[in-house]
Write a protein that binds this ligand. Sequence first.
Ligand code: ATP
Length: 284
Amino acid sequence: MEWIERAPAKINLTLDVLYKREDGYHELEMIMSSVDLADHLTFTSLEEDTIEVYTNKAFLPVDKRNHVYQAIKLVKDRYHIKAGIKVEIEKKIPVAAGLGGGSTDAAATLRALNHIWQLGLSVEELIELGMKIGTDVPYSIVGGTAFVSGSGEKVRPIRDLPPCWVILAKPRISVSTRTVFRSLDIEKVDYTPKSKEVEAAIESGDYQKMAQHLSNALEAVTFDRYPQLSQLKDRMLRYGLDGATMSGSGPTIIGFSQNYSRVKRVYNSLRGFCEEVYICRIIK
Ligand code: ATP
């Protein structure tokens, strides 16, 4: 049996870090949306009890360090599955970019295995499994636009964004989410949470208000390390986008507009000095 899953990238319209918990994790509030930049995963059932992972990016591990491998192992162990599976990952989402590439691949794998091995798992059960792989996996199981809280395990779908285009600009920098969180001292950062305001703007269909309140507490850490990212964000605003912010722990900067010809102009200007630039639509 062959089964194909699309695994869309996510963007953060907000990433509020509320405080550091006793267990070492940070308490977060985030508004996330899925965009039409996606990996494609092809699953093939194998009779032999093995896990085979292949990808078009030679630098990505295909052993137990790959989130897809981890998802398969988790499901096989939990449900005592003796069959095997082969997965071919066609990666389109930039890696270590703040776009949740590994998490969305893991979520796509859980969805696919639920179907292929007819496990009958509910969304809640898939979320519980996903949480064991990574904090962004529960959101990726649900997708669309959502208010995400806790350390990522609480996912509440909200209204779709007003119609708009998003530009994703990723310079040639790779950022480790773990290192950014480790360097963050939230007590010392002057930051006002914005997720509730952005949610209210989305719920009332107020595009301008949504675009003006985009925000990310981790910019303090990542911009400090890579000042060129702060310049990139300023440049996107100067070029006429209505709002811009960093996605996840970076380095991708996202910017919004409702005007396609402006988006094309900004895209062409950014391409001159930014390694990867994408024009995306939000997925419902
Ligand atoms: P997050 O914010 O969730 O860390 P990200 O977009 O910043 O996401 P990823 O693209 O998920 O980062 O990559 C983070 C790390 O995960 C990389 O070091 C990469 O080697 C590893 N990884 C494991 N499996 C995958 C996968 N299927 N796709 C991408 N990266 C993967």
